[in-house]
Design a protein around this ligand. Structure first.
Ligand code: AMP
Length: 192
C-alpha cells in the first residue's frame, strides 16, 4: 500500500495537491477537515461538537478525531492506499495512526510536508474564503489562531516522522503544477 501523510499549515495547498495525487494513484483521500465539515452540514452530534473548536481555529480533541479517523479507515476493504490530509495534527494522532496501520499490516510510506511562509498563507486563506465560504478562512483573528496552533501542536509532528526517516520537505510555493511535480518526484524516490 502507498500511504501518504500530506502535511502542512492551513493554506499550504494540501487539498489542491490531494486532488492531483488521487487522480494519479487512485488513493483514498481522508481529510479530517472535510469530514468534520460534512458532519456540520448534516447537523450530526459530532459536527456540533467539532463546530465549537473549528469556529475558534482550535483543534478538535484527539480522542474524538482519532476515533473518527479510525472509523473512516476501517470502512475500506483492500484499499490501494490512503492520503491522510490534515491528519495527524498532534503527536498523539501520529502514534494512533501508526498503531492503526500496524494492526492492518501496513504503515505510512512517506510524509510530504508542504512548506509555505506565514504571510503567503494568510493571503491564500483570505482569498480562499471568497470561494469556499469557510468562516474560519474569512476572519484574520481565526487565521492567526490556526497558524499559532499549527506552530505549537502540529509542526512537532515533523520530528516524529523524521525519527522514522519518512519526512520529506516540499517547497509549497510556485505554480500548482510545479508543486505537483515536486511531490511526484519525491514519490518516485520512495517507490523505486
Ligand atoms: P482543515 O480543513 O484541515 O483546515 O481543518 C479545519 C478545522 O477542522 C481545523 O481548524 C480543526 O478545528 C479541525 N480539524 C481538522 N483536522 C483535525 C485534526 N487532525 N485534529 C484536530 N482538529 C482537526
Amino acid at each position: 500500500m502507498l500511504n501518504i501523510v500530506l502535511f502542512g499549515p492551513p493554506g499550504a495547498g494540501k487539498g489542491t495537491q490531494s486532488e492531483r495525487l488521487i487522480e494519479k494513484f487512485k488513493l483514498i483521500h481522508l481529510s479530517t477537515g472535510d469530514i468534520f465539515r460534512a458532519n456540520l452540514k448534516n447537523e450530526t452530534s459530532l459536527g456540533e461538537l467539532a463546530r465549537t473548536y473549528m469556529d475558534k481555529g482550535q483543534l478538535v480533541p484527539d480522542e474524538v478525531t482519532i476515533e473518527m479517523l479510525k472509523a473512516e479507515v476501517l470502512k475500506h476493504s483492500s484499499p490501494i492506499g490512503f492520503i491522510f490530509d490534515g491528519f495527524p495534527r498532534t503527536n498523539a494522532q501520529a502514534i494512533a495512526l501508526d498503531e492503526l496501520l500496524t494492526s492492518l499490516e501496513t504503515e505510512i510510506s512517506i510524509m510530504l510536508a508542504l512548506e509555505v511562509e506565514e504571510e503567503e498563507l494568510k493571503k491564500r486563506l483570505l482569498a480562499r474564503a471568497e470561494q469556499s465560504g469557510r468562516a474560519d478562512d474569512a476572519d484574520p483573528a481565526i487565521i492567526e489562531n490556526r497558524i499559532a496552533v499549527y506552530n505549537k501542536d502540529t509542526a512537532p509532528v515533523k520530528t516524529y516522522y523524521q525519527g522514522q526517516n519518512k519526512f520529506t520537505s516540499i517547497q509549497g510555493t510556485g505554480s500548482i503544477d510545479e508543486i505537483t511535480q515536486r511531490i511526484f518526484n519525491a514519490l518516485e524516490n520512495i517507490q523505486a
